[in-house]
Design a protein around this ligand. Structure first.
Ligand SMILES: [Zn+2]
Length: 237
């Protein structure tokens, strides 16, 4: 299924006839965004935004108005036609990271999204399709249930202070690794995907859920975070 969706994605890509996903100008593959659109969406340089615990966290874009104009309708109004161009921001960023440091992310790589919130099924339904599209492009197995909530939590954006956000997340996620993963492999890399990073509390909790898993520790697994954008707490309403 994953292989098939990868083929479909690649086919779609070739049918898009090598156009910029932002403005439609002709482009040479593998680029998905032209240089002016790369700048307009604030696609970042391929380097870590920060380190959470032992895990590097990468962020494809700055949070800015052009990105918000796509992400919010996709996220809150189910305007699904933004899925492809949003996934392409991630893909372009990840391609540039792999070009710069081909040995940085060692296989086997699994893509695990932050799951929808238990007490609010309308939360993060947008993330799965985006993560799946991203995973298919790189041939990474997509594991939608790699993480699960252990208790109810408040939506992070409703909490104004950094400390509240970290307390809200602490111990809230768990993984059933290796159940649900393709196989129990040596040194797996778990690529944890989320749309927006603010304080990093959610991603950090996701890395800790894997660190608390004995089998994951024994196999020498590693976590790497990847978000679509970074929105500093100071910029929240
Ligand atoms: Zn463009």
């Amino acid at each position: 299924m994953i292989v098939l969706s990868g083929v479909v994605e690649k086919l779609k890509r070739s049918l898009q006839n090598e156009m910029c996903s932002g403005c439609g100008v002709a482009l040479k593959p593998p680029a998905l965004y032209c240089p002016p659109c790369t700048q307009r969406f604030g696609i970042r340089k391929p380097e870590p935004l920060c380190i959470l615990g032992e895990s590097p966290v990468y962020t494809a874009c700055q949070f800015n108005l052009p990105l918000k104009k796509w992400l919010y309708p996709y996220k809150f109004e189910h305007q699904t036609h933004y899925k492809g161009p949003l996934a392409d921001l991630w893909i372009q960023y990840w391609q540039s990271l792999l070009e710069k440091q081909p040995t940085l992310i060692k296989p086997p790589v699994y893509v695990v999204p932050i799951p929808p919130r238990q007490n609010n099924p309308h939360h993060r339904p947008h993330l799965g399709p985006l993560a799946k599209t991203f995973a298919a492009m790189f041939g990474y197995p997509y594991v939608p249930h790699g993480l699960d909530w252990q208790r109810e939590t408040e939506a992070q954006h409703t909490l104004a202070h950094k400390r509240q956000r970290w307390q809200n997340m602490a111990g809230s996620l768990a993984t059933g690794y290796p159940a649900g993963f393709k196989q129990d492999e040596f040194s797996p890399t778990i690529l944890l995907l989320d749309d927006i990073k603010t304080t990093g509390a959610t991603l950090f909790e996701a890395t800790q859920a894997f660190q608390r898993n004995q089998r994951f520790q024994e196999t020498g697994g590693k976590c790497v975070g990847l978000t679509l954008c970074h929105l500093p707490l100071a910029f929240h309403k």
